[in-house]
Ligand binder design. Structure first.
Ligand SMILES: [Zn+2]
Length: 270
């Protein structure tokens, strides 16, 4: 039944014990694929937990190299990895964790030319990008290709997370129609971020993706959860599809992908 070998049954035993998962759910995870955009602060815990969970295929996109200042939060990478491509370092770490998972890496910058093709090859996408240009690009590509997206962001002592399912609820632009003006929002480089916040938000993103793939629990569609680490509080904001949304509204103005190069210098958070 579901042909898991002995090692796999043991590896996933704590999942299989869960009534909501079981062998069937574990088999579902093995048949599933997730694209993780960014192998940074959020992408690290996301990829770790999805690979540990036995999701069959994980894609990782990143064009950057590991920098010493990344290691405070980007836990996929080690001191010896400084200077290496993040995709190479991530693949090595993740394959050591679980050799049953297929890790596909894309050492490339996301752009209007490749993003739709990439996201449409996966069941769900997780956003762990570090700038608004990429955030809007990924949102728009997911809406155009009807691909669900777990959105997450962190800055200073705060983080937020939501699930965007273009067939069922609001997109990122329904809530934040346009990228902020350059300089209007401080970046991690300027404002800093507590490294462990990436762990909290990334872990929530991984959990929501697993719930979505298994079809269990209450989804985060239409809910934006905001985490304040200094208060240790979670706040939830209801978000609704905006019929005037320039992307997914009744009369969309955006009908093809746009590149926001002007915002690329504005490092937001990752
Ligand atoms: Zn929208």
């Amino acid at each position: 039944m579901f042909d898991f070998n002995e090692d796999e049954v043991e590896r996933y035993s704590r999942h299989i014990l869960l009534q909501e998962v079981g062998v069937e759910g574990q088999a579902k995870l093995r048949e599933s694929s997730v694209l993780v955009v960014g192998a940074g602060g959020l992408g690290s815990p996301v990829a770790y937990y999805l690979v540990a969970a036995g999701v069959g295929k994980i894609g990782i996109v990143d064009f950057d190299e590991v920098d010493l200042s990344n290691l405070q939060r980007q836990i996929l990478h080690s001191t010896d990895d400084v200077g290496r491509a993040k995709t190479d370092s991530a693949k090595e770490t993740l394959e050591a964790l679980n050799p049953n998972v297929e890790i596909i890496t894309y050492n490339q910058r996301l752009g209007t030319d490749n993003v739709e093709d990439l996201v449409s090859q996966y069941d769900i996408v997780i956003d762990g990008v570090d700038n608004f240009a990429a955030r809007y690009l990924v949102n728009d590509a997911c809406v155009f290709t009807n691909t669900p997206l777990v959105e997450g962001g962190i800055l200073r002592f705060e983080g937020q997370v939501t699930l965007i399912d273009p067939e069922e609820g609001p997109c990122y632009r329904c809530v934040f129609p346009e990228p902020p003006k350059p300089g209007s929002i401080p970046s991690c480089q300027e404002a800093g971020v507590l490294g462990a916040i990436a762990g909290t938000i990334g872990t929530l993103q991984a959990t929501e993706a697993i719930k979505y793939l298994l079809g269990i629990g209450e989804s985060l569609i239409g809910r934006l959860v905001i985490y304040d680490a200094l208060q240790l509080s979670f706040r939830e904001v209801k978000i609704e599809q905006n019929s005037d949304c320039s992307l997914c509204g009744a009369k969309p103005e955006i009908t093809e992908l746009e590149e926001y190069t002007i915002h690329c210098s504005l490092q937001e958070n990752d």
